[in-house]
Ligand binder design. Structure first.
Ligand SMILES: *Cc1c(COP(=O)(O)O)cnc(C)c1O
Length: 355
């Protein structure tokens, strides 16, 4: 029996991935020099497909990093002199905050309890704040921040840069990049790819800040600072020898998603989320962990009253791999990934198996 991975990342491979890997090997992609014309052409396709799929305008650059955590570090290092504010509502947003602390920035945090989101409009942003960091979809708790609230946050603080972790909401999230200065994700969640590549989307304002910091004599890092990343991006190359196979696969899968239609993908994710949430809302014992306003569509967290181990292991026997709760809440919750790779019919089978 073949397992279906409803885990929240790494997760189920997008269905076309095995074929693309076979083609990559056939065509010698893993052996390509990152200075070759063939690499440049391949990378141009990846950029072009990503821009179309996510609606990334020409005002924003596309950089590669090793992972999303690296993207967090590069973001803070390249855009903050001293003052950064973090919205913390789970483990990944806390990790983002910790990175600012490790980089010796004067980081402050706004906290809400597990399982809720922020009312951005009600929070006063200190005047000196240079960058606001938040996680669009907190994978650890299943909280998704409505993007309308993000727009309101930018409207009331137009001069503060916004950095958004969209690791577990891309490509579902329909982002208005005119209000986002920096956004990033890694590929092993919504894109259904093997781990090992991060993508950072960065506007000119963030780049100018990196330049200003550099000229001031403040460290912005070395080979992966925004200025170096931009210098090589302009040639569709990278400073280091990158994960060429991952860049190839990302371009191909983004192309497949374009062909299917991003709006169809979003509709299907909504449909599957409704199936899962309705099922658990009506369940005698288990309940969604998050109130409707903040409930994630892509990483759904269910309160299973301490029976997580039992549920996870029973489903595994039927070939459905789901995640337990994150960290301290390992026993309390189950987490179900709802990504483009998951078919409606598989979700129905999963819910049937839970019954
Ligand atoms: C998984 C995850 C990360 C970390 O991604 P890596 O690729 O492991 O660096 C960061 N933020 C969120 C919201 C995540 O779900």
């Amino acid at each position: 029996m073949k397992n279906i991975y409803f885990t929240v990342g790494p997760s189920q491979l997008y269905p076309t991935v095995p074929n693309h890997i076979a083609n990559a090997v056939r065509d010698g992609i893993p052996s390509l020099s990152h200075r070759s014309e063939a690499f440049v052409k391949m990378n141009q396709e990846t950029h072009s497909n990503l821009r179309k799929l996510l609606g990334i305008p020409d005002t924003h650059h596309i950089f590669y990093t090793g992972s999303a955590l690296e993207a967090m570090e590069r973001t803070v290092q390249n855009t903050v002199h001293k003052h950064v504010l973090h919205f913390v509502n789970g483990s990944f947003s806390r990790e983002f905050y910790n990175i600012s602390v490790d980089l010796k920035k004067q980081a402050i945090r706004e906290d809400v309890p597990n399982g809720v989101g922020f009312n951005f409009g009600s929070i006063k942003i200190p005047k000196k704040t240079e960058l606001i960091c938040f996680v669009h979809n907190e994978t650890s708790t299943g909280v998704m921040q409505p993007l309308d609230d993000v727009a309101a946050l930018k409207r009331s603080n137009p001069n503060v840069m916004l950095a958004m972790d969209m690791v577990s909401s891309a490509p579902y999230a329909k982002v208005d990049f005119s209000i986002i200065d920096i956004a990033f994700f890694s590929v092993q969640k919504g894109f259904g790819l093997p781990a090992g590549l991060g993508v950072v989307i960065v506007n000119e304002k963030a780049l100018a800040k990196a330049k200003w910091l550099d000229e001031k004599g403040i460290s912005i890092g070395s080979y992966h600072n925004f200025l170096k990343l931009a210098e090589f991006e302009a040639k569709f190359q990278t400073r280091e020898t990158p994960n060429v196979l991952a860049i190839y696969l990302l371009g191909k899968v983004a192309g497949d998603m374009l062909e299917k239609g991003i709006e169809n993908i979003r509709k299907e994710i909504n449909q599957k989320a409704d199936l899962i949430n309705t099922y658990f809302t009506n369940h005698k014992e288990f309940k969604p962990n998050v109130e409707e306003k903040f409930r994630s569509k892509t990483t759904i967290v269910i309160d299973v009253k301490g029976k997580s181990e039992n549920v996870v292991s029973k489903l595994a026997k039927h070939g459905f791999i789901i995640a337990p709760g994150y960290g301290k809440r390992k026993d309390l919750h189950i987490r179900i990934g709802n990504f483009p790779a998951h078919r409606v019919s598989d979700v129905k089978k999963l819910l049937h198996a839970i019954s």
